[in-house]
Design a binder for this molecule. Structure first.
Ligand code: CTP
Length: 210
């Protein structure tokens, strides 16, 4: 099982980056749950959080580094869970020295990053299960379903990041797990380990239908 976690940081200059509010807690909880269930786990993370002792840790910072680590680990994986909040854009150029205030308002040109999950969907081999996350503020189900289809995922864990106690930085989360087969599972507000259990239960149900 390969799990990605945390928010990527896209450097602007040697002291600044573009980032997001992802803490990595949900991804690390997913890695812990997979390890507890006996999986061989590779955790690709930007976060400085506890790592399950049995997991292989790959620490990354940028979307490009995360993509490289995923390309390395995913071909041998039965399950890939993209819990990371990957930047969609990065500065086109990283200033080699600190940008100085006296030089005025900087114009930072952004360019797209690679969509790691979409790449995984395009390269997916038979028997591999791809799980994406969808961080939404509105039209949660519709947006999440569009991502499921567009990126070729098998499951999407949708969360309304504006709901009380859910999403970024919290210890709890509330999600809807959408399966490409049309099944929906609502998981009420619970700690992120409980959400992780629900995600792997959905993964196993899909892999071994009873
Ligand atoms: N993702 C990815 N690579 C990116 C952006 C997102 O692999 N460059 C993955 C995330 O890890 C997540 C899923 O795609 O599993 C959806 O991420 P999200 O940020 O919700 O959606 P975006 O595709 O970035 O779309 P938008 O920002 O327009 O909502």
């Amino acid at each position: 099982v390969v799990v990605t976690a945390g928010g990527t940081r896209e450097p602007v200059d040697p002291v600044r980056f573009l980032g997001n509010r992802s803490s990595g807690k949900q991804g690390h909880a997913l890695a812990a749950e997979a390890a507890a269930r006996g999986a061989k786990v590779t955790l690709i993370t930007t976060a400085n959080l506890p790592v399950p002792s049995a997991a292989t840790l790959v620490r990354v910072e940028t979307a490009a580094q995360m993509d490289e680590a995923v390309r390395e680990a995913a071909p041998g994986a039965d399950v890939v869970v993209m819990a990371a909040a990957v930047a969609d854009f990065r500065p086109a150029e990283v200033a080699p020295a600190k940008l100085k205030k006296a030089d005025g308002v900087p114009e930072i040109i952004l360019v797209p990053t690679v969509d790691i999950l979409a790449g995984l969907g395009a390269r997916k081999r038979p028997g591999q299960t791809l799980v994406g996350f969808a961080a939404e503020t509105d039209q949660v189900r519709q947006n999440a379903l569009s991502k499921l289809v567009a990126k070729g995922a098998d499951l999407i864990v949708a969360n309304d990041v504006t709901a009380p106690g859910a999403g970024f930085e919290h210890d709890t989360n509330q999600v809807v797990i959408l399966d490409a087969d049309g099944t929906e599972r609502e998981v009420p507000l619970a700690d992120k380990r409980a959400i992780a259990r629900a995600v792997f239960t959905a993964v196993l149900t899909r892999r071994k239908p009873s």
